[in-house]
Design a protein around this ligand. Sequence first.
Ligand SMILES: [Zn+2]
Length: 345
Amino acid sequence: MSDKLFNTIYGRGLVGELKNIVQRPYLVVTMEDLWEIFKDEFDEDAVVHFVKTLEYKEIMEELDVLPKFESVIGLGGGQAVDYAKMAAWKKHLPLYQMPTSIATNAVFGHRAGIRFDSNVRYVGYVEPIAVYIDYDVIQSGPIALNRSGVCDVFCYHNAAFDWKYAAEKGKCEAKWPYDAELSAKALAVKDSVVAAIDDVYAMNEKGIRTLVEGLRWGGGAFHNAGWNPRHIEGTDHFLFYTLEYMTKKKFIHGLPVCLGIFTGSLMQGNDPDGILDLIYRAGVDIRPENMGLTWDEVFAALKFEREYVKQAGLWYTIANDFIVDDAFCNLVKDKIMAKYGTQTA
Ligand SMILES: [Zn+2]
C-alpha cells in the first residue's frame, strides 16, 4: 500500500509568493487578527473572508454571496484551513494551504471538520495544490500551541494498542480487521517524532519538519487505509470528545488529547510513564488548569468515558471495558502532578 500524501513545501517568505502563483481573483480564508499581520503580502483587491462559523449551512450561504474568485488560499489554523477546504470543494477550485500553526493534522486531511447543527462531521474531499510550511511563520506563532501538535502523532501509541486489543477480544469492526503492518507503520512515524523531541520543543527547523511530516502522514492515513482510523486514533481522542460533550468548553486540541493519550495508556498498561515523559518533554502542559478545567471535571469525564464511547458509537477500545474508580483518578493526578509540579507555568 503506497501512501499518498499532500504535496508539502518548506521554506521562508512563502506567504508573499502566493499572489504570484494562484489564479486570480483569489479568495483568502483567514481570521481578522492574522489578516492584520499578513495583509501586506497580498493584493489590495484580494477577496478576503474571515471565518466566523463552521456550520455547513452558513458556509454554503456565505460562499454564494462572495465576489467571484478563481482560487482559494487557506491562511491560519484549523478553522481557516477547514473553511478553505469547503470553499474549494463547493466551487471546484484549486486550493493553496498556508497554515500559521501546526497544532493539529487538519491541513493534511482530505475532509473538513464541519458542524451540522453543532455536531461535527468530517465531510468533503479536497487535495490542495500544495501545503506551504513557512519556518518564520510557524516560529513567530505561539510556541506552546505548536508544540501541542505532537498530540496527533503520539496518539498512534494508543491506537496501535486499542486496535490489537479489540482484535484479541473479538470486538474489532468487520470492515477494519487488525493490520499489524499498518500499526507498525504508524508507530514508526511516532518514533521519528520521539527521536526529534528536543527539536520539537525548541521548534527549530528540524523540529518543525519532523513534526509536520508526522502530521502529514497521519492526515493522509485515514484515506490511505480506506477511511479507516484504527491505526491513528483511539482512547487518546476519546477522552477529549467526552470532555467536550460534558463541559461544552472549547479546547486547544492537543491539551485534552495529550491528557487522553496519558490516561488511555494508563488504562492500557501501555508504558504510561514513558508517554507522560514524552508529552512533558515536548512542552505540552496537560494539567487541567492549563485547559480551563478542574480535576473534578477531569475525573468525571474519565468515569463517564466508558458510557460516552458507547453512546457515541466510537470504535472498540480499552475505554469500553476499563472501570475508572477513585483510585485510578488519584493515580492520574499523582503522576501528572509529580511530573509537572504544582506551579502553573
Ligand atoms: Zn487530533
